[in-house]
Design a protein around this ligand. Structure first.
Ligand code: HEM
Length: 409
């Protein structure tokens, strides 16, 4: 189909993406978007891709940038008086080379496999404690998928246990800020002021923690970030705060949703639930198939740093925003046979659930470790578990996830 010229105007299709009625099952809508082909909205300086090949190509394209300030829309808003970075200096997820390269290298020096492996006994113990308390009808979100990643990220950063609830609330609010309201509608979604306050609180809180770690270093990642040094280069205080902020937001809701989405898929396939309960070595395939079938990060954004041509001649002018609907790409029949089936036993599982290219998720090993611990313990302890009610979803579009997942143990 010729991009952007189908009968239905593309804008209503995109507005539908934001509509909470689709949150429980957005996949039919994604199919419609993918069938349309790339959606080009020159008036909005926006291009939306939903096939696997296109998303993959954009992620590998050297002109695909992550700094939102490079977009025509942001530049126009700034010229009209908008503040450039209301949430302060961005984490390196939203930066491009050379800043991205430098920060990612320094952070990778501190966030090494040893740091992740050292968390394993804690993760297993936290899962056991949470499941010891489980009985009768159990909410897998409130009882497991949510508290586990918060506890882990707080241990990783060295946040005192008593501050966890405030941390959790701030990160839930900030996750909503990733939804593509501005790209699609031109205006921020509801709750902007509240998110701004949560962001300010979190930055100030992290600043205090960094000062503590400078005085009194510990074994945690924040102490490692304070100490990291390469050829005389170190992280500034602003950079450490922005990085910890990023690790918290990027590593929390995403992992909640991975554990929850996998739990739901297994409950809907009781043979798979039973098989994992008997054989924990199946966890890796279950996790990868969940990342494909029902990914925690449904879409990601880029900005065209130069004029770009994608696929069979789709032109994107420099400065346009690009949305990549990963969750739609994962159900692309051109990339995966029987894409709508949850099948951890398929020969090859192709997904972009952790991204691709220079911004590939730095926390993937940790997320896989947490999900493995949670899913193997849950299925082994409760072999006869059943879905108690259809789950309720939060309104979030990008980090789509459940509010409650009720299981009869
Ligand atoms: C299931 C859980 C997770 C999923 C699905 C996920 C997904 C992603 C995706 C899709 C990206 C690329 C975004 C882009 O290219 O624009 C990304 C980047 C990132 N993730 Fe994760 N993530 C998860 C867990 C974590 C955890 C546990 C951490 C850290 C504690 C983390 C830290 C990061 C960071 C720092 C980046 C930015 C990397 C860069 O820009 O170079 N993530 N993640």
């Amino acid at each position: 189909m010729t991009p952007g010229t189908a009968d239905a105007s593309p804008q209503p299709l995109l507005r539908e993406l934001l509509d909470p009625v689709h949150r429980a099952d957005p996949y039919p809508l994604y199919d419609a978007v993918r069938a349309h082909g790339p959606l080009l909205l020159p008036d909005h300086n926006l291009a939306v891709f939903s096939s696997y090949a296109d998303c993959d190509e954009v992620l590998r394209h050297p002109a695909a940038c992550s700094d939102r300030l490079k977009s025509t829309v942001a530049q126009r808003a700034i010229a009209d008086g908008a503040q450039a970075r209301p949430f302060g200096p961005p984490g390196f997820l939203f930066l491009d080379p050379p800043d991205h390269t430098r920060l990612r290298r320094l952070v990778s020096k501190a966030f090494v496999p040893k740091v992740v492996r050292a968390l394993e006994p804690d993760i297993v113990r936290i899962v056991d404690e949470l499941l010891d308390a489980a009985q009768g009808t159990f909410d897998a979100i409130g009882g497991l998928a949510h508290p586990l990643p918060v506890a882990v990220i707080c241990r990783l950063l060295g946040v005192p246990v008593e501050d966890e609830p405030r941390f959790r609330d701030a990160s839930a609010l900030l996750a909503q800020g990733l939804d593509p309201f501005v790209s699609i509608t031109g205006a921020a979604g509801d709750g902007f002021a509240e998110r701004l306050r949560a962001g300010q609180w979190l930055r100030e809180y992290l600043r205090g923690l960094v000062a503590d770690r400078r005085r009194d270093p510990g074994e945690d990642l924040m102490s490692a970030l304070v100490a990291v040094e390469e050829a005389g280069d170190v992280l500034t205080e602003d950079e450490i705060v922005a990085t910890c902020n990023l690790l918290l937001i990027a590593g929390h809701e995403t992992t909640v949703n991975l554990i929850a989405n996998a739990t739901l898929a297994l409950l809907r396939h009781p043979d798979q639930w039973a098989a994992l309960g008997r054989d924990p070595s199946r966890a890796a395939a279950v996790i990868e198939e969940t990342l494909r079938y029902d990914p925690p990060v449904q879409l990601i954004g880029r900005v065209a740093g130069e004029d770009m041509t994608i696929g069979a001649g789709v032109h994107i002018p420099r400065g346009d925003n690009i949305l990549l609907l990963l969750a739609a790409a994962h159900r692309d029949p051109a990339a995966t046979e029987r894409p709508d089936e949850f099948d951890p036993d398929r020969a090859t599982i192709r997904h972009l659930g952790f991204g691709k290219g220079p911004h590939f998720c730095i926390g993937a090993p940790l997320a896989r470790l947490e999900a493995t611990a949670a899913l193997t313990a849950l299925t082994a302890r409760f072999p006869g578990a059943r879905l108690a009610a259809e789950p309720a979803y939060k309104p979030n579009v990008t980090l789509r996830g459940m509010e409650e997942l009720s299981i009869t143990l």
